[in-house]
Design a protein around this ligand. Structure first.
Ligand code: AVJ
Length: 323
């Protein structure tokens, strides 16, 4: 568990990129962690798109079903003449159903997708722009977990935080995040949230341990990314993808487990990281919700749930909330 800095004096911590800072902090921590947002470089965003099409990964498909059935109801419940903002938009493939529903109800639709991944946003722009005549897409590349974009255009907005991305936050972080979103909303604005619900553990397990190994590749991509962008020397073969349901915490946990004792050099950090056999890097928590955990979290965040839509199996929930 010992990590040490080499004596190279050329590297000044002040000059570290945001990626280098996060990797340094995470791999120096005990136990080691890396935040899930680091999955989403161009390669990782593509792997995530592949995950959403896996037979075991019911989340995206189920949320899309809810939108396909209720998009018109959802946007009319939200208000009139809305501008759409999506936090963590990714490729915005499900959002299209909501955008189309809005475009049928109003003359013009402005859509502001916000994401850390520029490549995912390019995808979003190309799937939407040009296809819907009265739509204008204004992509914003930013890490919204650090900087909430100033959403100060006139008129009412509908802010989307869908896909159960909120499940990546610890409960206190989610509450803090909701309060910050609330601060950027005016009375009458609405927030639409997607929550993956607690369900049969074997179904949850399968969704994060797919038979084609795409989730394993997605998890390991964070190491591949450190190799590509920071001159890391991780051997992806020497780490196992580990994902399991933690019932006490109501979450799926993903880890990368070292198969053997090893030391890994990361050039741009000027650091060697030591792993004992079986040591893990905790890469993701994906919290699963119940209607009461959703209500409690929203109320702590300063929101009131106005209406909920779900699928026939109640695997996923779409909640419209107001400040
Ligand atoms: C995008 C956070 C909703 O937790 O299911 C998919 C990411 N991780 N497979 C999720 C993910 C592993 C996903 N979220």
């Amino acid at each position: 568990m010992i990590s040490f800095r080499t004596t190279s004096s050329k590297i000044s911590p002040a000059a570290f990129t945001p990626l280098a800072e996060e990797v340094l902090a995470g791999l120096s921590a005990c136990p080691k962690t890396l935040p899930p947002k680091l999955f989403y470089d161009e390669h990782g965003s593509r792997l995530f798109e592949q995950i959403t099409e896996l037979p075991e990964y019911y989340l995206t498909r189920t949320e899309r079903e809810i939108f396909a059935e209720y998009a018109t109801e959802i946007v009319s419940q939200a208000g009139n003449n809305l501008t759409l903002v999506e936090l963590g938009a990714g490729s915005a493939s499900k959002t299209r159903l909501l955008v189309e529903a809005l475009a049928r109800r109003q003359l013009r639709v402005g859509f502001y997708p916000v994401d850390v991944s520029a490549s995912a946003l390019r995808q979003a722009v190309s799937t939407l722009n040009g296809h819907i005549r009265n739509l204008r897409v204004h992509p914003i590349v930013t890490d919204y977990s650090k900087h909430m974009p100033l959403l100060s255009f006139p008129g009412q907005k509908l802010v989307l935080f869908i896909g159960s991305t909120i499940g990546n936050f610890e409960t206190d972080e989610a509450v803090e995040f909701l309060r910050r979103v609330r601060g950027s909303l005016r009375p009458g604005d609405a927030l639409l949230l997607g929550f993956d619900m607690v369900k049969d553990p074997s179904q949850l397990h399968a969704a994060y341990n797919d038979s084609q190994g795409v989730t394993a590749q997605f998890n390991k991509n964070v190491l591949a990314r450190i190799n590509r962008e920071l001159g890391g020397q991780f051997d992806l073969e020497e780490f196992d993808h580990v994902a399991f349901w933690n019932p006490g915490m109501s979450r799926i946990e993903m880890h990368l487990e070292s198969r053997l004792e090893q030391k890994v050099w990361v050039r741009d950090l000027g650091m060697v990281f030591h792993f004992a056999a079986g040591d893990r890097i905790h890469t993701e928590n994906s919290y699963k919700f119940t209607s009461s955990s959703i209500a409690a979290m929203l109320s702590r965040g300063g929101f009131r749930p106005e209406r909920t839509w779900t699928d026939p199996n109640q695997w996923f929930s779409t909640v419209l909330a107001r400040r």
